[in-house]
Design a protein around this ligand. Structure first.
Ligand code: PHE
Ligand code: FE
Length: 287
């Protein structure tokens, strides 16, 4: 989603829906090696940290060849699991295009990979973030339904001029969500966290950030930062509950109500919040 960024222009090689052929053969040996390195490192770090559903979904990324996944082969496996496929796009795409892909169970993934000197940090989503971060959960039937519902809700939010509010829901679930699993154990599932070597530890172990119980309306009021580790994470109880709560609700009256309410700064903790951890915010002060 590109919410907030300036008008994007479609490159001449891209189709109307902004897709491009992945052209798997264009990736160099070095680019495949960077994928393998990132993949190795993160798959080792995630058991016990990532939601069980995510770790199970990693299977879908084990293809016949190492290196950056071939989207044709990957999509075939993913379609069998949940009806989703992965399509290549040059980079960020306009919101309506993005939503339309999701609404039709297509996940748009960037057709480039970070360089070896950028392993730990990159602001633009590359194929490692998009595929390693997002695709495993798309193999989970419940999360797969959530993402489709989100796409449809996104198209709908455009009619209400409420895309900014809805984008926050995406940010605090799909990108940076935490989940409570067996034994009250906190786990990560957001793609921005699972694809980050640093944040997959920070988000769970650091005393710095707030960890608050998920509340739909509250989340849609909360600002976020895109340039560093999050200062607040929201914790869901299950993917089933998240899907139910968002799919069944009519967001139209919610958008209307939100229009009258102020946005909440990132670190605000409300009386009404379920506080799992009150962060020290030391990480930010030290930066
Ligand atoms: N129920 C939401 C609406 O009425 C759609 C939606 C579903 C949005 C799931 C986000 C996630 O717009
Ligand atoms: Fe992402």
């Amino acid at each position: 989603m590109d919410t907030g960024s300036p008008q994007l222009t479609r490159p001449p090689e891209a189709a109307e829906d902004w897709t491009v052929p992945q052209d798997w053969d264009h990736f160099s040996r070095e680019e495949h090696a960077v994928w393998d390195l990132l993949f190795e490192r993160q798959s080792k770090q995630l058991p016990g940290r990532a939601a069980d559903e995510f770790v199970e979904g990693l299977n879908v990324l084990h293809l016949s060849q190492p290196g950056i996944p071939n989207f044709e082969e990957l999509s075939e496996k993913l379609t069998k699991a949940t009806g989703w496929s992965v399509v290549a796009v040059p980079g960020l795409v306009p919101d309506d295009v993005f939503f339309d892909h999701l609404a039709n169970r297509r996940f748009p993934a960037g057709n480039f990979i970070r360089r070896r000197d950028q392993l730990d940090y990159l602001q633009e989503p590359d194929v490692f973030h998009d595929v390693f971060g997002h695709v495993p959960l798309l193999a989970n039937p419940v999360f797969a339904d959530y993402m489709e519902a989100y796409g449809k809700g996104g198209l709908r939010s455009l009619e209400f001029g409420s895309i900014k509010k809805l984008a926050r829901l995406y940010w605090y679930t799909v990108e940076f969500g935490l989940i409570r699993q067996a034994g009250n154990d906190l786990r990560i599932y957001g793609a921005g966290i699972v694809s980050s070597h640093g944040e997959s530890v920070f988000s769970l172990d650091s005393p710095s950030p707030n960890r608050l119980g998920f509340d739909l309306e509250r989340v849609m009021r909360t600002e976020y930062r895109i340039d560093d580790y999050q200062q607040t994470y929201f914790v869901i109880d299950s993917f089933e509950k998240l899907l139910q709560e968002t799919q069944e609700a009519d967001f139209a009256p919610l958008y209307e109500r939100l229009q009258a309410q102020s946005d909440l700064p990132i670190t605000t903790v409300l009386e009404s919040d379920e506080v799992i951890t009150r962060g020290t915010q030391d990480y930010v002060r030290a930066a």
